[in-house]
Design a protein around this ligand. Sequence first.
Ligand code: ADP
Ligand code: MG
Ligand code: ZN
Length: 541
Amino acid sequence: MNKAISILNKYFGYDSFRRGQEEIINTVNDKKDVLAVMPTGGGKSICYQIPALMLEGITIVISPLISLMKDQVDTLNELEIKAAYINSSLSDNEIFYILTDVKNKKTKILYIAPERLNSMSFVNLMKNLDVSMIAIDEAHCVSQWGHDFRKSYRNIPDFINIFPKRPVVACFTATATKEVRDDIVSVLELRNPKVFITGFNRENLKIKVIKGEVKKKYILDYVGKNSGQSGIVYCSTRKEVDSVYELLFGKFRTVTRYHGGLSDEERKRNQENFIYDKSNIIVATNAFGMGIDKPNVRYVIHYNMPRNIENYYQEIGRAGRDGLNSECIMLYSPRDVQIQKFLIENSTESEERKAHEYKKLRTITDFIHTDNCLRNYILDYFEEKYEGECGTCSNCSGNYEMTDRTIDAQKVLSCVYRMKRPYGINMIVDVLKGSKNQKVLGFKLNELTTYGIMKEYTKEDLKSFVNTLIAHNYLDYIDGEFPVVTGNEKSVRVLKSQEKVLFKNVKKSAPVFEHNELFDRLRNLRKQIAQAENVPGYIVF
Ligand code: ADP
Ligand code: MG
Ligand code: ZN
């Protein structure tokens, strides 16, 4: 029997490799650098753990997940694999003993946090050891174009170069666009790396985008209907986590929460309660979840739109790791975009990175407003081919009919053309709606013949429609401090009636209420939320 598979059986107790694993393991064993992009739950860990056991010398695993190192190492030790970790949670004394074991070749796999590479004494010690492999987990953190850039990852290339005999370098991530993959290869100076992409598609995830619902009502309904199931609810700010947590906790006691504002101790406890099913719902910011291996998460709800497709994909990837069907629901309101813009604008990132973030934010806004298959959209983003429609996402499962929106589109597009210079979406919507807003009244309204021509629609509907036109390339969106939209060749074809605009009209199923009392409560809630969420005067989008 092949050695890799016998280790898989003997140590890990599995019968066969999953897609990609064996090839990756063989490549690393041949001492060729690897960059592997495998979906969350795809089984990346054994792709470096097995070669670590087969190669002479030790393997250093660089991982940003201090909280999970201990679990991983404990699991390996239980399997009788000699592994250890050092990170800031250990005392100097403990580190000393671990390093002594490493020196005496009692350790085969050593996990470290990238910050450790700042320590000269650590680096000098390693230099003189027989290090055969450096495995880099969550390798997208190396790229400033990735969604989780960590400065300390930039110490890795120098570290690789200190060894007289260069170790083989194996990098792993669940999410990396082509741009990020290229960046990883160049920053880490990988040598002729073999790149494995085992596919981003997760058939068992049912993807839904839901617009125009009262979120709090929706989530209470949803969690109520799925009580007993395990789920994650992501919010974009700590404040929002607390408020959704309180809402749910008032009704379902087995809810917990996770965000950076809680003490380390509470975070750890809440995370464990969730993993070991003491709490079945966790409300969290995106600080929660990296590297978590909980198989039975049946749904992931995005209470707010995440910042970009990579974050979104990584977060929904935490559902259905056991392969069973699971739902991924994104609840959208335009305010979500405002929150993300605010977070980007107030971050400490460089201007260049901010501009990049804005671009990605637009891409996920397009995702929300597209009419096409959502799965297809995500796979396309990661440049994976996927033919046809998935049949399970909210844009292509059953309940819709195609509607001809050509005339509406012509109204919008002619408005864009008649306004002479490019404006942002809100201004266009205001003109179409016939708003009495000062800026709009500043136009020569007798010349602006499109003023008020769509006043029968709500502002929200108009905004959503313009966004859908953008998502389908009937308008171009130009980024910047004040993003604007302009016409293009496609809009000209529509205006000349050479092209029809057909969009799906998804029929909503009527909500079912069990008690009148609940109905009243929800109606009340709806009023409150509508007031709270309808912050007037969005500047853009
Ligand atoms: P990733 O890091 O890619 O998200 P993990 O390495 O944590 O995924 O693996 C996810 C789960 O799949 C783990 O419980 C792991 O033990 C299991 N697993 C990995 N490889 C196999 C395999 N070949 N057969 C069965 N289970 C596997
Ligand atoms: Mg992992
Ligand atoms: Zn679909």
